[in-house]
Ligand binder design. Structure first.
Ligand code: SF4
Length: 317
C-alpha cells in the first residue's frame, strides 16, 4: 500500500537550504504500514541547495518567483509538477502527505505575496505540485504533515486512505452487482458515521430503482463513495452508529449488559473514554453472539488496531 510523501518529510536533504524536514510521525509510524514514495519537484529542476522561491500575485495571476534573482520559474515548476503528478497517478497511491507552507507542496494557506517587492502576503494559495496532484486525482486522500498532528484529522485521513485502498481493490476485482451490494453493506456504518445524506444516496444508488446499467451504477457509486469517505466524521454521528450496532443484538442481552454498553456509549460521547473502549466492547458481543452482518462492518475494524487512532480522546469532535 503506497502513500506519496513530500520527500523532505522523509528526511531527504532536498530543501532549498540543503536540509531535510523529517516528520517523526510519517517516518516512525506510517512507514510500518505503507510504502512511502518520495516526490520533490523543486530538487528535480533546481538541484539542492538552491535559491528559495515564493508565490507572487502578478496582475491577478499566481507566478513563482525566485527570491534573490527574481526569476520567474512558473512554467518550469508547473511542467515538472505535471510530470510528477502523472508519475504519482501511475504509482497507484492510496494517499499523499504534503509538506505544508511550501510554494510547491502546500495544499492550502500557502503565502501569496502581493507583488515582487512586497513582504505583504495572504495565506491563501496552493503549491503548484499539490495542485497538479489533486487535479490529476481529485479523490485521492491528501493531507499536510502539520495537520496530521491533530488526532481528529489524522484519524479521518487514515480511515479515508484505507477505505480508498479497499475501494480500489474492489474495482480491480471485476465486480458484479452482488459484489457491489456486499461492498456497500460492509461500509454502511462507516459512511453513516460521516454523513447520513451520503448513507442514503449510496443506498439509493445500489437499490437501482431506475434499472440502470451496472457500469453506470458503478461509476455513480464510485464518485459518491469517494466523496463520502473524504468527509470528516463527528462524535454525535459516531455515537448514533454505536447505538445502531447495539440495537442489533440488544434483545439478546441481560439488563446489566445493556446498561453497561449504553453507559459506555454515553461516556464516549461525554469525552470520558475513547472510542476504542466502546468498539472493543461491541466487538466482544458481535463475536460472542455471532453477528454475521456486524462482523463485516468496516466501522468496527477500519484499519490496523496498532495505529491506535481511536485510543485518543481528541480523535472525535
Ligand atoms: S516541500 Fe516539496 S519541493 Fe520543497 S523540499 Fe519538500 S518535497 Fe521538495
Amino acid at each position: 500500500m503506497k502513500i506519496g510523501v513530500s520527500a523532505c518529510l522523509l528526511g531527504e536533504k532536498c530543501r532549498y537550504d540543503g536540509a531535510g524536514n523529517k516528520d517523526e510521525f510519517v517516518v516512525n509510524q506510517l512507514a510500518s504500514y505503507f510504502e512511502l514514495v518520495p516526490y520533490c519537484p523543486e530538487a528535480v529542476i533546481f538541484g539542492t541547495p538552491r535559491e528559495s522561491i515564493r508565490l507572487v500575485d502578478v496582475d491577478g495571476e499566481i507566478r513563482v518567483i525566485s527570491n534573490k534573482q527574481q526569476k520567474d520559474v512558473t512554467e518550469k515548476l508547473a511542467e515538472v509538477s505535471t510530470t510528477l503528478a502523472l508519475k504519482a497517478f501511475n504509482a497507484k497511491l492510496c494517499g499523499f502527505i504534503f509538506k505544508s507552507k511550501s510554494p510547491s507542496c502546500g495544499v492550502e494557506r500557502v503565502k501569496l505575496y502581493q507583488n515582487n517587492d512586497s513582504n505583504i502576503c495572504e495565506k491563501k494559495a496552493t503549491g503548484l505540485f499539490a495542485k497538479a496532484v489533486q487535479e490529476k486525482q481529485p479523490f485521492l486522500p491528501v493531507e499536510e504533515e502539520g495537520r496530521l498532528h491533530d488526532p481528529w484529522l489524522k484519524e479521518n485521513f487514515l480511515m479515508q486512505v484505507f477505505a480508498y485502498r479497499d475501494f480500489d481493490e474492489f474495482l480491480q476485482s471485476n465486480p458484479t452487482i452482488k459484489n457491489l451490494i456486499e461492498f456497500h453493506t460492509s461500509y454502511k456504518y462507516l459512511i453513516y458515521a460521516k454523513s447520513t445524506e451520503s448513507y442514503q444516496s449510496l443506498g439509493a444508488i445500489v437499490a437501482n430503482k431506475d434499472k440502470k446499467e451496472f457500469a453506470s451504477i458503478l461509476e455513480e457509486y464510485k464518485i459518491n463513495f469517494l466523496q463520502a469517505i473524504a468527509l470528516k466524521g463527528d462524535k454525535n454521528k459516531t455515537y448514533n452508529v454505536l447505538l445502531h450496532i447495539y440495537g442489533y443484538f440488544k434483545k439478546e442481552l441481560s439488563k446489566e449488559e445493556k446498561e453497561h454498553i449504553l453507559s459506555s456509549c454515553d461516556e464516549y460521547k461525554e469525552g470520558i473514554i475513547p472510542l476504542i473502549a466502546v468498539v472493543k466492547l461491541l466487538n466482544l458481543y458481535v463475536k460472542k453472539l455471532d453477528q454475521t452482518y456486524l462482523k463485516k462492518q468496516k466501522f468496527l475494524n477500519p484499519y490496523p488496531k496498532e495505529l491506535a487512532l481511536r485510543s485518543d480522546l481528541k480523535a472525535y469532535k
